[in-house]
Design a protein around this ligand. Structure first.
Ligand SMILES: [Zn+2]
Length: 220
């Protein structure tokens, strides 16, 4: 088993570089507490670190990460309280103005959902129960894209699951009320890892469109 020294030397570099350069920001965050303007709901996947992807500073973004960046519906809120309590805290206590659900390409959780294997141990049961939140996305994709290869289905389901989570967010009365009053905006983002670009769901077209293009396209 490899040791954790990589992380310890990383923390040392963080102290020397980032903390050294941003001590005013940290002093302010310690004295005044956090006041992030956005909640990001992202996947646990080690390749999708929200702060790294958005080049954020500490204090900018409140983050909840779970398998496949899912939001349980309001009726199941207490059942999946780890995620829903973080959402409640961000909206009720921190009064964030934006909620971003960020899905991504090659999501292992969504792949497992699409495979729909019968769980054969307790660990798989736990994962399957959680992924069941996005069962509507799986069904929708199978209906809309019959006979398509697994890759295409997984890609479509990664995006469809983001829409399920956005819909589920609106099932919380204290979220839908803020959205209708214009105090809160919901966003569906998709990190296309192979292409290195960011997409956003556009309700007008009903599809995900490029929000920040691939770097090669920007630089020509
Ligand atoms: Zn994922």
């Amino acid at each position: 088993m490899r040791d954790v020294s990589k992380f310890l030397s990383g923390f040392r570099r963080f102290q020397q570089n980032y903390l050294g350069e941003h001590h005013d920001l940290f002093d302010q965050l310690v004295l005044q507490g956090q006041r992030p303007r956005a909640l990001m709901i992202a996947c646990c996947d080690s390749r999708c670190d929200p702060a790294l992807l958005t080049d954020c500073d500490p204090g900018d973004m409140f983050v909840v990460r779970n398998v496949a960046n899912l939001v349980p519906p309001h009726v199941q809120a207490t059942y999946f309280a780890a995620t829903t309590s973080a959402i409640a805290f961000a909206i009720h206590n921190l009064e964030v103005e934006h909620v971003i659900v960020m899905g991504h390409a090659q999501c292992g959780g969504i792949r497992a959902l699409m495979e729909n294997k019968t769980p054969d141990c307790n660990e798989e049961e736990l994962i399957a129960k959680w992924l069941g939140i996005a069962e509507d996305a799986r069904r929708h994709v199978l209906q809309a894209l019959p006979e398509k290869p697994a890759e295409v289905l997984a890609h479509a389901c990664e995006q469809a699951a983001i829409l399920v989570s956005l819909e589920n967010l609106m099932s919380y009365p204290w979220i839908s009320q803020r959205v209708h009053e214009g105090r809160l905006a919901l966003h569906g983002w998709y990190f296309d890892m192979p292409r290195g670009e960011l997409l956003q769901y556009q309700p007008e077209s009903g599809s995900f469109e490029v929000l920040v293009p691939n770097l090669e396209e920007i630089t020509g």
